[in-house]
Design a binder for this molecule. Structure first.
Ligand code: C5P
Length: 302
């Protein structure tokens, strides 16, 4: 009987994030286009003889207690399937925290998928997504991966055609970690919903059409249509991020933007050589930089 499983869990970026409404539960209605990227954590799950859930992480800044989303995912599965026993969850962290890259959500998604496989529960993707939505808005996407349109809280997914080999430069300022609740709260308290520059241009439909076309011009079209409402809340408070975005835009990139609530800024590059040049130009001691490609899935055997 298998007693352990090792999975890779991919980060995501937002190619598009439009806030379309305030919800009474404090959340926001969203239209997002999400993309898995080849920046992955490894999540190892091992069955143990007790009912305990033990989480460890190579990044000492990650809390490994009950607040960790991977722990919460395991606890949720134990509550629904009491026959599954305890487990050790070891996270090898590559995805930065407070980055807008859904690192914690990716770990939780890997735990859901890993438990399903390890205990042979035979869950469908839709059942896994129902569990995922109970844990966090981004987690259903982290179960499914690839390219998707997300609406509602971000948990209602429609798959989009794969964007193969989109080349990206991912930049994370080391000293800036942004709280997602703070970003949304700032957006709401500043009344930014009222003057949404994307609404009248139907930008999300234009981007969906560009992705559906799936031809050589798709990356350039996506680059021109990048949109993130949370920039309007976050960037006024973080001039360093404005400077980083401007520096990316000064390079020969197809577009640059903040991912999610930040602090990651990314650029779309025309090809790998161009991406490497952009990465060299923006890299400093203060900014971690990765050149990555888009992925068509989010959870892999490690
Ligand atoms: O769902 P999740 O716990 O990942 O969301 C983190 C925070 O992001 C929420 O507490 C909320 O402040 C904000 N959020 C939101 N509207 C959404 C998704 C997230 O306001 N649709």
């Amino acid at each position: 009987m298998t007693s352990r499983i090792s999975l890779k869990a991919a980060a995501k970026i937002n190619l598009y994030l439009e806030i379309t409404g305030n919800r009474p539960d404090g959340y926001h209605d969203l239209v997002m286009i999400l993309q898995s990227i080849d920046l992955c954590d490894r999540v190892d799950i091992r069955k143990i003889g007790t009912d305990q859930i033990q989480v460890s992480c190579t990044n000492s800044e990650v809390p490994c207690d009950r607040t960790n989303l991977a722990y919460k995912a395991a606890a949720l599965m134990q509550s629904v399937y009491p026959e599954i026993g305890g487990m050790e969850i070891a996270i090898d962290k590559q995805i930065p925290m407070g980055a807008g890259l859904a690192g914690g959500s990716a770990n939780a998604a890997a735990v859901l998928v890993g438990i399903d496989r390890l205990w042979d529960l035979g869950l469908t993707q839709s059942q896994l997504c129902d569990f995922a939505a109970q844990l966090g808005s981004d987690i259903p996407f982290c179960v499914v991966g690839g390219t998707a349109l997300a609406t509602g809280r971000g948990d209602i997914l429609s798959p989009l055609p794969d964007i193969k080999d989109l080349v990206l430069v991912i930049c994370k300022p080391r000293k800036i970690a942004i709280s997602t609740p703070w970003a949304y709260q700032t957006f709401r308290s500043h009344g930014l919903l009222a003057n949404n520059p994307a609404r009248h241009q139907n930008l999300s439909s234009q981007m969906v059409a560009a992705i559906a076309a799936g031809d050589a011009s798709t990356p350039a079209k996506i680059g021109r249509l990048l949109y993130n409402d949370l920039e309007r809340a976050v960037l006024p408070e973080y001039p360093e991020l404005v400077a980083l975005e401007n520096k990316l835009l000064e390079q020969e990139c197809l577009g640059a933007m903040m991912s999610g609530s930040g602090s990651t800024m990314f650029a779309i590059a025309a090809d790998l050589d161009s991406a490497k040049r952009i990465a060299e130009a923006v890299k400093t001691n203060e900014i971690d930089v990765w050149v990555v490609k888009s992925l068509v899935r989010s959870i892999f055997d490690a």
